[in-house]
Ligand binder design. Structure first.
Ligand SMILES: NC(=O)c1ccc[n+]([C@@H]2O[C@H](COP(=O)([O-])OP(=O)(O)OC[C@H]3O[C@@H](n4cnc5c(N)ncnc54)[C@H](OP(=O)(O)O)[C@@H]3O)[C@@H](O)[C@H]2O)c1
Length: 278
């Protein structure tokens, strides 16, 4: 079955289970990888205002020849632009850079405790009603923040995009999302390449004829979690996509779940006033 047919549904959004992450992809490399990914069958691209590559993502999209309405395109607004006026300006500028009339999903990139959600969320909902985004959601929200956000938002929030991989258990966030009909989108799903040398994943992969990276992605999609691995290499685009033709057993799923540990987080999460956002 082609990868594009594997989707999760959340409040009317049909989110392909695998997407291409684009953080840190720049210039020609970014445009070329996006174009290649779409040619290979990816139908979901993740970018952000902060990645400084929306122009190149748009270029890759157009260069691929894949129709705009066949691609699920996500971008994110940076937290310093969460006041209602800034939010609208930021989203409109993203659309201009991407050269699209609307994105499929617009996310708040990180919580910003300096601007109340009661200001930002109604503004985000308004952008959806204005047609700038087909769906809206959040990123890096804790369970408590999801709860707060859902209470305020008058339009459905379709996902929380959080760091999630075999070394970081996010079952509480996944459960909170599921309870509210939201999808969980896993960023850094291959732990920034860290899964590559894991012995357990390699051994399990061997029995399925798959790599450790493929097993780590399969572990997430088999739970209904969307993954957005990034690569700058064309050969790895196919590798990361080929995760729908095998199934991990319950015992293998259990064994992989044991790999998570307390300091498994890679991306600095703490909002301290000068966070290392990315
Ligand atoms: N919402 C947020 O706050 C947030 C934060 C971080 C990331 N994200 C999103 O999530 C996406 C993915 O996360 P990420 O970029 O942090 O990390 P990632 O996708 O887990 O890992 C990317 C790294 O893994 C390597 N890699 C890719 N495929 C591989 C494979 N099959 N085997 C071995 N190594 C492989 C890549 O190197 P090569 O290029 O050499 O292949 C790259 O160095 C980002 O690009 C971004 O779109 C969102």
């Amino acid at each position: 079955m082609p990868a594009e047919t594997h989707v999760v549904e959340a409040h009317g959004a049909r989110i392909p289970l695998i997407g291409l992450g684009t953080w840190d992809l720049r210039g020609r490399t970014c445009a070329r990888i996006v174009e290649q990914a779409l040619r290979l069958g990816y139908r979901h691209i993740d970018t952000a205002e902060m990645y400084d590559n929306e122009r190149e993502v748009g270029e890759g999209l157009r260069g691929s020849g894949v129709k705009r309405d066949e691609v699920f395109l996500t971008t994110k607004v940076w937290p310093s632009h969460f006041s209602p006026r800034e939010l609208e300006r930021s989203a409109k500028e993203s659309l201009v850079r991407l050269r699209v009339t609307a994105v499929d999903l617009l996310l708040l990139h990180w919580p910003n405790p300096q601007i109340p959600l009661s200001e930002t969320l109604p503004a985000l909902c308004k952008l959806k009603r204005m047609g700038l985004a087909r769906h809206i959601g959040v990123s890096n929200f804790t369970v408590a923040l999801i709860e707060e956000a859902v209470k305020i938002a008058e339009e459905p929030l379709v996902c929380d995009q959080v760091e999630m991989h075999v070394f970081l258990d996010q079952s509480k966030v996944v459960a909170a999302c599921r309870q509210r009909g939201m999808a969980t989108v896993a960023y850094s799903p291959i732990a920034r390449g860290g899964v590559k040398n894991d012995q357990v994943l390699a051994r399990i992969g061997k029995t399925h004829g798959k790599s450790a990276a493929q097993v780590s992605l399969r572990f997430l999609v088999q739970q209904g979690v969307v993954v957005i691995p990034r690569t700058s290499r064309v050969e790895r685009l196919s590798e990361n996509l080929e995760i729908f033709d095998f199934e991990l057993t319950a015992a293998e799923m259990g064994e992989i779940a044991q790999l998570s540990h307390r300091d498994g987080r890679i991306v600095d999460y703490a909002y301290s006033g000068s966070p290392k956002w990315d």
